[in-house]
Design a binder for this molecule. Structure first.
Ligand SMILES: [Zn+2]
Length: 107
């Protein structure tokens, strides 16, 4: 069990599908509570993921085209890459003042 260094919430190290579900559940909740389009939240969270490091996580992959950063989509990302994406979405939520729901019951 890891704790997000920014928001202090739990990041569970589980199978990658579960981590991916965790990420997408948070993106959905953030979009709902901020009123920002879900795709926009998804992209902003992934761009942030490319810029950070998190304990136990791997750098989130991206491509640079014409000086613009394009994060790879979450499909087929490794567990460790998704750990970084989850940390990024937690930071995004903290900045937006949204308290993420963490228990499986809430997802
Ligand atoms: Zn979380």
């Amino acid at each position: 069990m890891k704790i997000c260094p920014t928001c202090g919430q739990k990041i569970q190290s589980r199978r990658s599908k579960d981590i991916s579900d965790h990420f997408h559940a948070h993106v959905t909740q953030l979009a709902r509570e901020t009123g920002i389009d879900r795709n926009e939240v998804y992209m902003r969270a992934l761009i942030h993921a490319c810029e950070i490091e998190t304990e136990g996580g791997a750098p989130y992959p991206y491509t640079i085209i014409d000086d613009r950063l394009y994060p790879w989509r979450t499909t087929n990302r490794s567990n460790k890459e998704m750990m970084t994406a989850v940390a990024a979405v937690h930071q995004f939520a903290a900045e937006a003042g949204v308290v993420l729901k963490e228990s499986d019951d809430d997802l």
